[in-house]
Design a protein. Structure first.
Length: 273
C-alpha cells in the first residue's frame, strides 16, 4: 500500500487529480478501448472533481473515451432528488466535463428488481473489461462505498442496510433530519473494488483519523472494510495531515520518508530521460 500524506485538503485533492489524470492520459483511451474509472460521492472527492474539471476545461484531459461506474446509490430516492447520487455526480462532475452520457453508469435504486439490478451492474463491469482505477473515500467507521462494518471482504454489488453511524453522518445532507435519510442503498462490494487494477482512496479531516489508523496501522479486518486495501497490489491512500492524528508515529514517519525518497527518485529519472 502506498500512502501519500498531503499538507491539507487542497494539496490532497491536487495530488489525487494529477494522479488520475496521468493514468488516463498514459492509457491513451479510444472508443474501442476506453479507460474505466470508478467514482465515489461525498465531501472527500469534491476537491478532486473540481481539479479534474479544471484540467478538462484547459484541454489537458479529455473524458470522451472514459467510462465511469459509480460506487453506490440510495434505494427509493428519486433520481431527481438533490441528494441522490445521480444528482450529486451530474451537478458536481459530469455536467462540467466532456463525458458522453451513455458512458456513465450509476446504480438504479428505484429498479423494480434490485437484486437483478445489482447482478446486471457486475455484468456491465465485467463486459467493460473491469475497472482500471477505482477512486473512493472512507467513512468515519472505516467503510468503503456502503460496505459497512461486518461486510464480507469478498462481497459483490448488492443491497445494504445502512448503519446508524452512516445515517447520522449523512443526515447533514437531509436537513439534519435522520428520518429523511434512506435506510437502504445499493453498493458495489469490497470484492468489486478489489478487482480494479488500481484503487485510490481519499481520507481527510480529523473525523477520519480513527478510520485511517485502523486501515493502515492494524491488520485487515471486516469491521474496517477499507483495510482490505492492504491486500491490493496497487492500492494508494491520499490523506491530509489532520487525518493522521491517530496514526502511529513510526508509521507516519515511514510513509513520509518513502514519500520524500520517491520524490527524489522521480526527479532523478526526469533528469536522465
Amino acid at each position: 500500500m502506498r500512502v501519500i500524506i498531503a499538507k491539507d485538503y487542497d494539496e490532497m485533492s491536487l495530488w489525487a487529480a494529477n494522479y488520475v489524470a496521468q493514468r488516463i492520459i498514459e492509457a491513451n483511451p479510444t472508443h474501442e478501448h476506453p479507460f474505466k474509472l470508478g467514482c465515489p460521492t461525498g465531501s472527500s472527492p469534491l476537491g478532486l472533481y473540481r481539479r479534474l474539471i479544471e484540467l478538462n476545461k484547459k484541454g489537458v484531459l479529455s473524458f470522451q473515451n472514459v467510462v465511469t461506474f459509480n460506487m453506490d446509490e440510495y434505494v427509493n430516492l428519486p433520481v431527481e432528488h438533490p441528494e441522490s447520487y445521480h444528482s450529486f455526480m451530474w451537478n458536481n462532475f459530469f455536467s462540467h466535463i466532456d463525458i458522453k452520457k451513455e458512458n456513465v453508469h450509476i446504480l438504479d435504486g428505484n429498479a423494480p428488481d434490485l437484486l437483478a439490478e445489482c447482478a446486471h451492474y457486475e455484468e456491465m463491469i465485467a463486459q467493460a473489461g473491469g475497472i482500471d482505477l477505482f477512486m473512493g473515500g472512507i467513512g468515519e467507521d472505516g467503510h468503503i462505498a456502503f460496505n459497512e462494518p461486518g461486510s464480507s471482504l469478498t462481497s459483490r454489488t448488492r443491497i445494504k442496510t445502512l448503519t446508524s453511524n452512516t445515517i447520522q453522518a449523512n443526515k447533514r445532507f437531509f436537513d439534519n433530519d435522520e428520518t429523511l435519510v434512506p435506510k437502504l442503498a445499493l453498493t458495489v462490494g469490497v470484492g468489486t473494488v478489489m478487482d480494479a487494477k488500481e484503487v485510490l482512496i481519499l481520507c481527510n479531516g480529523p473525523k477520519k483519523a480513527r478510520a485511517l489508523h485502523h486501515m493502515i496501522d492494524n491488520g485487515v479486518n471486516h469491521m474496517w472494510t477499507a483495510s482490505m486495501l492492504q491486500m491490493h497490489p496497487h492500492g494508494t491512500v491520499v490523506c491530509d495531515e489532520d487525518a493522521t492524528a491517530e496514526m502511529k508515529l513510526s508509521t507516519y514517519q515511514y510513509f513520509k520518508d518513502k514519500q520524500r525518497l520517491q520524490g527524489m527518485l522521480e526527479q532523478y529519472l526526469e533528469l536522465y530521460k
